[in-house]
Every structure is written in structure tokens, then in C-alpha cells.
Write a protein of this length. Structure first.
Length: 312
């Protein structure tokens, strides 16, 4: 049975409720918080990008710093994101047409409006997954693999991704789907997702796993973008690693090794940061500095008349 995770209160009236699951790991890696069916297969969506970027790094892609962060992130399509993705493709001897993610508008509203005013259209490089796709193409070039079929589930790139995910999660993937960007998506349990991202965040220095976590920590603006919840929550909790995904998924790990994975079953993302923060606090993590993420204002007539808050 799914747990009651958050509620929407308007003018003192509980208007809506979000149900779902939360898996929380203590710093020693043991399961210390379990709400809902945390051991059933789920689709991690873009929360899997840190593992996909690790697979690219392990396959020879020259990823470091902001390049590794954008490979592990879901960028908002701002100009500085597009410039970096272009450089990554150029160094691999490829152009934007090599990307197989679908054309899209940038998620950053100001950038999207500016593009519309200038008469530009959707593009693949503005799509939030283009950093991951560019990293996959870099890995293909470095390893001598075909670049046209890199999204095929039987391609060496995707076989490497599956291997990395199963190793870090400690589970065999039970289902393979197609993500919104067209890449294969390998299922895992919510506990497995928390375990996998914790393995990155707590890995020994000078390992590829730690390189991914440290890149995300050092360049949070490439994991999300201006004002993005993942970016801002990592800034509010120094040393943390945070990565959300579509359909109400979020995973967060503190510098001490507390790890939580959240799945809101209705697919809505609006409360995931508040739920994750409450779960981290329940595990004993110090979340000082991130208090602004604990509630989301509910507006009436343009002013706050209530809030969305976690109910763990």
C-alpha cells in the first residue's frame, strides 16, 4: 500500500493528497526508512542519469567537471548549457544532428521566450537530456562503437549502462522501457535507486563513481539550471547529490551518506523536494539551510493562502 507523503492545504482545508513510496538509507547503508512498496520495480527516469554518465565515463568519454555534471543532469536548455554540449560534440567530431533525443523547447522560461521572439524553433540540443546523449556519443567514438544506433538496447553503450545500474543497485533489472528522450530505461526498486546513488556519493576518491558525484556537487548549475530545484537544493545542502526524474521521482544523498529515494505515484513532482527533505531529517541528517524547501506556497489571488508540505 502506498503511503501518504504530502498534502495540499488551502485556507485551512486539505484539498489534495500525494501518495507514494520513500526508501531511506542510514549512513552505514542500511534501510532505515521504508514507506510504501520500496522493493518493487520502478522506473527511475532521469534519476538514472548519474549512472548513465558513469557508464559513459567508463567507456572512454572525456568527461570531467561541468561536462560530467551536464552528462549526469537534466539541464534547462540555457545558452551556457547549449554551448557546452556543442563543445562536447565538436570534440567527438560530431554535430548536433548526431543527437537522437527529440527536439524540444528549453525548460528555462526566459530562454524559451527569447527563442520564440527571435523566430527559432525547438532543437535537439535544447532538450534537457542532450548532455547525456552527447556523453553517450563521446563514449561511442572513444570506444569505436557505431554512433547512429547508440540508443538501441543491444548497443554496447546501453549494455554498459545496464551493467553499471545492476552493479550499483545490487539488483537485476526486471523491466526495460524507453525513456522520454528515447534512451533505454532500466527498472530498479526504490531501495536499489537509493543504494546506487549513495554508492556514487560515498565512493572512494579517485574513482569514476566519486568523479560523477563530485562533478554534480561542484557544478550544480549544469545538473539543472537557473532556479532549478535540484540545483538549488544541492546549494542549500553543501556536499549533497540530488537528481530528480519525471513522474515524481527524486533521489538525494547527504555528504554523510544519508540517502533517500522518492516516488510520488500520481507522477506529480511539486512535493518531491519537500518529501525528500523530510525523509532526510527523519534519518537524522542535518538539513539546516534548506528550510525553504520544506513547504511550497499555495496561492489564492496571487498571495499565499496555504502550503504543500510533507506528511511522513
Amino acid at each position: 500500500m502506498y503511503a501518504r507523503l504530502a498534502e495540499v492545504v488551502r485556507s485551512g482545508f486539505t484539498e489534495s493528497v500525494h501518495f507514494g513510496s520513500v526508501a531511506g538509507l542510514a549512513p552505514d547503508g542500511t534501510l532505515a526508512l521504508s514507506l510504501g512498496p520500496v522493493d518493487e520495480p520502478m522506473l527511475p527516469r532521469s534519476s538514472a542519469k548519474p549512472f548513465q554518465s558513469l557508464a559513459c565515463l567508463s567507456s572512454g568519454a572525456a568527461l570531467y567537471g561541468s561536462r560530467l555534471a551536464i552528462a549526469a543532469g537534466s539541464h534547462t536548455g540555457e545558452d551556457f548549457h547549449v554551448t557546452l554540449v556543442g563543445k562536447m560534440l565538436d570534440e567527438a567530431g560530431l554535430g548536433p544532428d548526431a543527437l537522437r533525443c527529440p527536439p524540444d523547447w528549453p525548460e528555462d522560461q526566459a530562454t524559451r521566450h527569447a527563442l520564440i521572439r527571435s523566430g527559432e524553433d525547438r532543437s535537439r540540443v535544447r532538450m534537457n537530456c542532450s548532455g547525456k546523449h552527447a556523453a553517450m556519443l563521446m563514449a561511442c567514438v572513444a570506444s569505436g562503437w557505431d554512433t547512429a544506433s547508440y540508443l538501441n538496447v543491444s548497443h554496447p553503450m546501453q549494455r554498459r549502462v545496464r551493467s553499471v545500474i545492476q552493479r550499483l543497485s545490487g539488483e537485476k533489472s526486471a523491466h526495460t522501457a524507453v525513456d522520454g528522450c528515447g534512451a533505454p530505461l532500466f527498472s530498479m526498486s526504490l531501495t536499489g535507486l537509493a543504494r546506487a546513488v549513495r554508492a556514487l556519493a560515498t565512493a572512494r576518491p579517485d574513482t569514476p563513481e566519486r568523479a560523477v558525484a563530485d562533478a554534480m556537487r561542484s557544478f550544480p548549475e549544469f545538473v539543472g539550471g537557473t532556479g532549478h530545484p535540484n540545483t538549488e537544493l544541492m546549494r542549500a545542502l553543501p556536499g549533497s547529490v540530488v537528481k530528480g526524474g519525471a513522474e515524481g521521482v527524486l533521489v538525494a544523498v547527504t555528504s554523510e551518506g544519508h540517502a533517500v529515494a522518492v516516488k510520488v505515484i500520481d507522477g506529480g513532482p511539486r512535493a518531491t523536494s519537500a518529501i525528500a527533505l523530510a525523509a532526510l531529517a527523519a534519518l537524522g541528517a542535518d538539513v539546516t539551510g534548506a528550510e525553504s524547501f520544506a513547504t511550497i506556497p499555495v496561492l489564492g489571488g496571487g498571495r499565499p493562502v496555504g502550503e504543500i508540505h510533507a506528511t511522513l
